[in-house]
Design a protein around this ligand. Structure first.
Ligand SMILES: Cc1cc2nc3c(=O)[nH]c(=O)nc-3n(C[C@H](O)[C@H](O)[C@H](O)COP(=O)(O)OP(=O)(O)OC[C@H]3O[C@@H](n4cnc5c(N)ncnc54)[C@H](O)[C@@H]3O)c2cc1C
Length: 644
């Protein structure tokens, strides 16, 4: 067997947990655990008294358990909850966001390639777009901690989510070899243990702890070129991964700020090959190491080394004489949690590969899309003279549903960096914009599985259109899939407007089924910029309809980058605040013959997707009256949907 062939977690541990779990489950809702665990280590087997009666055990029953609250897990939880499922979200850290949180501080990028993709609207929409738009308005100071709070708030707004922070998934109870019965988790801060039962589970933990405990097949390392015919893969397979990184933030003061490194900081004698230091406020993703070690088991050693190299880089900046303008700069923050790029990748019914990404493959069961370049880093990281990354641009491509559920564990989905891809394809899917839309897809799929009482594979076979249509309705984007929702009454209406730009931006676009600009197609209504405000857009139904819900999709400039970043160069071209083209003040009117009744009046909007629900009204049409935008001369609307 090669290194890359399927691996399973040690059975002994699972067997024990099965037994322990059975005892706990038999014991009612709250019981005290006195488990005595037999663990095996590499050297010797030993007996450990797990708890001296201090740990309180809780059992919880829910629809979906999600492990990991990074961007994938947050979006999965919100999507599942909004689609009617009860969710328990288990996150081992005190904050949400994973690598985007204040603990690591990576900026979220995605298919727009830092705003570099000019040929089409490419920024991710859906839940991530809500979060990005809210961040730009609510967090003008670009604080990392305020972003944590926003994510917490976004999760707390969902009554269907139970959030367990500081809670670590460290085991599973299996129903049988192919089905998870419960997640075992512990919260040391309160000396509590949880048994979380559900019909469905989503692993968004990055490292794939939940799935690995359950025996889900996964891979670690790089495939050989020959396996999938990938030109960017090494000739021989190995277990090497990309390394982890520790970032830091520098701040400029009005006086010189000396820096004396600790004795254990790494000593760099001069500028590092291929690793430019252009500014001091945010650095450096290429402070990367550990890819030649076991990225999980050696995490603590890797953290120590990365801290030593981070401080060594700062020492180089401050004290080498090569960076004279750094005199007034000082360290403001240094990461303590290594950001992890790569570890386990689960195996689904399909493994995404280099050719799929490079060809812009559009799979029939596409549920999310990517578009970040294939961005591969040498496993040796900072201690190599090789360039720190090889990056090859790709078109946008779909990610099939078959990549987000396990091929051997029937009730396990996954989202984020642990989905089913080759190492090379992972070089593109791994960024957080893509992880977030995968999370929304997995969460929505899990909710549909709960609704139909089916497994993910069955949903993929029998219900893929329902899943895709639900994702579109919730403002996600899938390349090539258009709105065919039979319940959307707007699709059969006639659209008209007070004015329109002459270049294919007529009112009919709001019901053409595509809710973003795609290539040269604007797919939006834009009012004549010379006509001023107010402007209106109108739908007339063929016959009177009962309407109780209207969905609006506004323009938020998906052609630009929008991300919270601590890098000045990455921030420079963003609109940080409400996006100028977004409709700000509007009224939604239900029309009946000659009469018009306002059912929603909004001031100060900056969101892209707005849903208005009201008591059912008999309607011959709908009118959206736009009084102001956030700056643009023209009003823009991508989509109107109407439901009875
Ligand atoms: C230094 C660095 C630079 C990068 N640069 C970028 C970039 O510029 N932009 C970009 O978009 N992406 C970037 N990436 C990639 C990106 O950050 C990751 O691929 C992405 O964070 C993966 O998202 P995720 O939600 O799958 O996992 P994560 O962000 O890792 O989140 C997983 C969460 O699960 C939690 N967890 C783990 N195990 C358990 C458990 N057993 N129980 C409970 N909770 C658990 C973790 O604490 C974490 O909070 C970078 C990565 C690194 C390390």
């Amino acid at each position: 067997m090669s290194d890359l062939q399927s691996q399973k977690s040690p059975v002994a541990r699972r067997e024990f947990i099965k037994l322990a779990g059975t005892g706990l489950l038999a014991g009612g809702v709250v019981s005290v655990s006195h488990a005595v665990e037999t663990v095996s280590s590499q050297e010797t087997a030993m007996t450990v008294r797990k708890s001296g009666g201090l740990v309180t055990s809780y059992e919880m029953e829910t629809d979906i358990v999600i492990v990991g609250g990074g961007m994938a897990g947050v979006c999965a939880a919100i999507a599942a909850a909004r689609n009617g499922a009860r969710v328990v979200l288990v996150q081992d850290r005190p904050v949400l966001g994973g690598n985007a949180s204040s603990e690591v501080r990576m900026h979220i990028v995605g298919a727009d390639r830092h705003g570099g993709r000019k040929d089409t609207d490419s920024r991710e929409s859906g839940i991530l777009e809500e979060i990005r738009l809210e961040t730009a308005v609510w967090n003008p100071q670009r604080s990392a901690s305020v972003f944590d709070i926003l994510l917490l708030d976004w999760v707390r707004q969902e009554p269907n989510i139970t959030l367990l922070l500081n809670t670590f998934c460290d085991g599973v109870v299996m129903k049988n070899e192919h089905e998870i019965h419960a997640v075992l988790a512990s919260r040391p801060s309160t000396e509590d243990a949880f048994t979380l039962r559900a019909p469905l589970f989503i692993d968004c933990s990055g490292d794939g702890r939940l799935g690995a405990e359950a025996g889900a097949e996964y891979r670690v390392g790089r495939e050989a070129q020959s396996e999938f015919g990938e030109s960017m893969a090494p000739p021989v397979a190995d277990r090497k991964t990309m390394g982890s990184s520790i970032l830091f933030i520098g701040r400029k003061y009005d006086r010189p700020m000396p820096f004396k490194p600790p004795a254990w900081a790494h000593k760099f004698t001069g500028p590092l090959p291929h690793r430019g230091i252009g500014s001091y406020e945010y650095g450096f993703w290429w402070n990367e190491w550990g890819g030649e070690l076991d990225i999980i088991k050696d995490n603590e050693r890797i953290r120590d080394e990365l801290l030593a190299t981070a401080l060594g880089i700062w020492d180089l900046i401050k004290n080498s004489g090569h960076y004279k303008d750094s005199e007034n700069w000082a360290l403001e923050w240094v990461g303590a949690v290594p950001g992890k790029r790569e570890s386990r990748r689960f195996i689904g019914d399909y493994i995404l590969r280099e050719q799929d990404v490079k060809n812009g493959e559009v799979f029939e069961d596409g549920v999310a899309y990517g578009g970040w370049p294939i961005d591969l880093h040498p496993p040796a990281g900072i201690h190599t003279e090789e360039p720190p990354a090889v990056s090859v641009n790709t078109p946008m491509y779909n990610i099939p549903f078959r990549c987000v559920y396990s091929r051997n564990i029937a009730n396990l989905l996954f989202a984020g960096r642990n989905i089913s891809t080759s190492h090379v394809a992972f070089g593109s899917t791994r960024v957080m914009g893509t992880c977030a839309v995968l999370g929304q897809a997995a969460g929505t799929a899990a909710a549909l599985c709960v609704k139909h009482q089916c497994a993910p594979r069955e949903l993929g076979k029998e219900g893929i259109q329902e899943l895709q249509q639900q994702l579109l309705k919730d403002d996600a984007y899938i390349i090539g899939v258009t709105n065919s929702d039979p319940h959307d009454l707007a699709r059969k209406a006639a659209a008209s407007a007070s004015s329109a730009m002459p270049d294919g931006r007529g009112a009919e676009n709001v019901i053409n089924g595509i809710h973003r600009g795609v290539g040269p197609r604007a797919n939006r209504w834009s009012s004549d910029p010379n006509a001023g405000m107010p402007q209106w857009l109108r739908l007339d139904f063929q016959a009177a309809q009962k309407i109780r819900e209207v969905h609006l999709v506004f323009d938020t400039g998906l052609n630009r980058q929008l991300t919270l970043t601590h890098s000045e160069s990455a921030h420079r071209y963003q609109v940080w605040g409400p996006q100028t083209e977004t409709v700000k003040d509007y009224e939604l009117q239900v029309l009946h013959g000659e009469s018009a009744e306002t059912v929603a009046k909004v001031e100060g909007n900056y969101q892209r997707k707005r849903v208005h629900r009201f008591d059912a009204r008999e309607a011959t049409g709908l009118r959206l009256v736009i009084h102001a935008t956030n700056g643009a001369a023209s009003a823009h609307v991508f989509e109107i949907r109407a439901y009875g």
